[in-house]
Design a binder for this molecule. Sequence first.
Ligand code: 2AM
Ligand code: CA
Length: 264
Amino acid sequence: MNYQNILSAASVIVKDAGHFIKEHFGKVRIDEVIIKEPNSLVSYVDKQAEKILVSGLTSIIPDAGFITEEETIAQNQNQNAVWIIDPLDGTTNFLHGLPYFAVSVALRVNGKMVIGMVYDVMADDLYHAILGNGAYRNDTVIGVSQKPFTDALIATGFPYAHNDNIDANLEVFKYMLTHARGIRRYGAAALDLCYVAAGKLQGYYEGRLNPWDVAAGGLIVQEAGGVVTDYNGGNTFNSGVQIIAASESVHKMMQKNISLHFKA
Ligand code: 2AM
Ligand code: CA
């Protein structure tokens, strides 16, 4: 497989899905919103965007499997090549009229993430990476920030289940607030990861996510020279259950504190 060719073809599909999402920004009626679980919203926009992606990506690799958030296609993760898709990351922002959301698509081959694409729809920025080839925003090479932890802006998010691990979450939040420059809570994991990759944010951590939230962004941060792990410093972050992403020095400070409060 020529990953460069796949990336070029897939970028067109990812942008198509993004343009569909953009056309519907601010137009979804309240009776068109479905509550999947408390605080977890979805609409026809997420589902239609996913269908655009699935049909376009199928024409690029006909026998690839899929792991997708909205399950508009049979989930098949046992193929050699698997697309891991969040058609609309940051749905809550999208439905509230906040312009911070993205399309996230990754390609995993034989268990390894090899392509990551995150399309920042409103900024019209495509973040992308191929394993071993560096990370880009459109045509520009990007890299993680080298600022020290004391100058770091750190992003995070909190579980939809508001009382899930609240004490540990607040302890870590307090540490970041008092030891780093500041903390941000934007609401779209894939885009937060790309902001780390591009050096705008110095670190990001979150728990209780899903594979499609982190698959593309995780690779993009690694290819931008960053370190991505779970809360224990291990490599299980692609499950989405726990993720820390930052430059090496900032990651070290974050992981030390987070592992103290979230015991395995
Ligand atoms: P979504 O918009 O695709 O649902 C918000 O903190 C970020 O986390 C978003 O990227 C959101 O993705 C994602 N997320 C996924 N599962 C979550 C959960 N159980 N609780 C909170 N956020 C979740
Ligand atoms: Ca989503």
